[in-house]
Design a protein around this ligand. Sequence first.
Ligand SMILES: [Fe+2]
Length: 272
Amino acid sequence: MTVPFRVATILWGTDLHLDHALDSARQALTDRLRTVPADAVIATGDLSVASRLVADLEFIADAAARPLYFVLGNHDHYGSTVARVRDAVVELGTRRPEIQWLPPAGVVMLNRETALIGVDGWADGRHGDPLTTPLLLNDDRLIGELAAQRTRAAKLVVKRALADADATRLATLLDRAIATARRIVVATHVPPFTEALPPNGRLAAPEWLPLLVCEATGAVLKRVAATHPGHEFLVLCGHTHVATDVLVAANLRCRVAGARYGEPAIRSVELS
Ligand SMILES: [Fe+2]
């Protein structure tokens, strides 16, 4: 899929949690989406919850009046199932082609040198100890495929299957993007690298590790970046709500945007 214009700037929002936003916060977001110049909007997950996700995606797209590309976060599935939410966003993209879930959107050329791809990403418990950490996310009881599993070990199997499927999809998308672009922007929800986690504060505790990183997508990104030193990779993600910006390798940068419940924020990113 190709955007028929040259994009120099995108508006990037993550963890908007619009189900927590009052009308005043939604109005402020609308004003910003309408007035800040950019050629596309990228949302990297946890936009809402399942029952209102489609309406909230349409709200963003209507306010922005430009293409909206997004990946799904764990919260976007709350109250439903992964399967049903995916069906809903694919149907939305058919009805409103300017609103595209990134994995099926394929490689989006933002300008002649820059491609955008994305996968959701799931915390896969491959860092830290996922079976003994005292911390639990609501994912385990609010996402159907996870709630259906009775033990932590069984839930972990499902999370790893989701993460591994996204990693496989990411590898395919990267191969295609590398063939057509020198700079590749990867949108994903869960940080793929421990390096992108907050270096201090509450989330720096080791018991958070299994819940905050998608090792599967990170391994793919590190391998592809190492084997393509002439390409630049920029990963945009969220999930932790704590802003970080790290160089994981010379040609692999990862940014996590900060977020606060009730204060949906969107920022400009220069791509050239
Ligand atoms: Fe999240």
